[in-house]
Design a protein around this ligand. Sequence first.
Ligand SMILES: [Zn+2]
Length: 59
Amino acid sequence: MIRTKGRACTGKRRHDTEDQAEDHRQSLIAQGAVRLTTYRCRNRACRGWHVGHLPKPRT
Ligand SMILES: [Zn+2]
């Protein structure tokens, strides 16, 4: 298993498609999590989709 820092696979659910990641995101939102986003994994060993947190907006 490859360990990488930052926006990677560690401890995250992997989804094959953006739709699946979006489903997961919606279920997390239903549990009260907000400010989540789906993103394509940059790990070439993964190439899946993940749900991550958006950075805090600067106001
Ligand atoms: Zn990944």
